[in-house]
Design a protein around this ligand. Sequence first.
Ligand SMILES: Cc1ncc(COP(=O)(O)O)c(C=O)c1O
Length: 378
Amino acid sequence: MIHISRSVVGAAELEAMGRVMREDGYLGMGREVRAFEAELQEYLGGQLRTVICLNSGTAALHLAVQALTSPGDEVLVQSLTFVASFQAISAAGAVPVACEVYPDTVTLDLEDAARRITPRTRAVMPVHYASNPGDLEAIYAFAERHGLRVIEDAAHTFGCTYKGRKIGSFGDLACFSFDGLKNITSGEGGAVVTSDPGVIQWVQDARLLGVQRDTEKRYQGARSWEFDVQHQGYRYHLSNLFAAVGRVQLGRFEGEFKPRRIALAQKYRTAFAGTSDLLLLHGDPGPIVPYMFAIKVLNGKRDGLRQFLRERGIESGIHYKPNHLLSFYGGGREALPVTERLYEELLTLPLHPGLKDAEIDSTIAAVMEFLSHAKLRS
Ligand SMILES: Cc1ncc(COP(=O)(O)O)c(C=O)c1O
């Protein structure tokens, strides 16, 4: 079986977890989390940004939204995203407003989003689909024009750059995911990155049940006994054990994971360029360090190709079922034609740093074989 993705971890991650178990004396949130945050901060350009680690990317998005909105406020977000983006917004008591995407990048369609602005709109959540941040400058200009905050769902874009600057190193708020399949993993995990002091304090407290300034105590190996709580909090902090894995992964990213992901995506793009019935998404590997590789299969051939691959032991995926079609978010009450069409066309092919040359070669060969047969039949 050729898997669509998997966690690429080994002896170094195992050793790091063992070190925490042997030497630290505490598996919860403490020194190791502080070190992971400091290393992420350095990676993202230093003192101007603060990194707050959480136990998932969803938790990062949830706290980011809750820090900026009041119950009933609206957040503009593309429907075509993982349900985590929507759940994070509704968990905060805010309302996700489903928007269209541009079909060539699958990033937020700003003209469509503008039509959905109401007096309750507080924020916009662009999702960097398949590691492409789209036109971020246009998103920030849009937000400024309409007085909105920006929460970047950067789950797919760890280590990616926009106009030479790393995602997360600038802008309002960026939320990363370090779940088992992302560009770096800590097992499960995530982070909010921002320069906003109010948000930093709120998120740091909210991840530890709202206990005021518990973060600083835990970093010194202590905890709070006398404390106050002034707002709702959650049990969302990262553990030392997971942070230890994240630190090793961060160390492997530039030299190992990043070049491999870029090379694999480049190989797909070269092989598929100009192929009929198949369209590549816009965006160059390099600035984009692809977390996943999605293509558009046209003329109703997507499901046939998926079946053809399955019969040859090649896994593929559909990212994502649009959220406006889910019962909890309207059950398709409103039509989003571009998104619904993409839902019929998008197909994700295997891509992860452990994917072997022979595996990508057979995936490419199988796709080409299917498309040439399909052409003869049509
Ligand atoms: C676009 C997007 N947003 C948010 C998340 C949530 O991240 P996590 O799985 O770390 O909760 C994911 C995870 O796959 C995602 O793909």
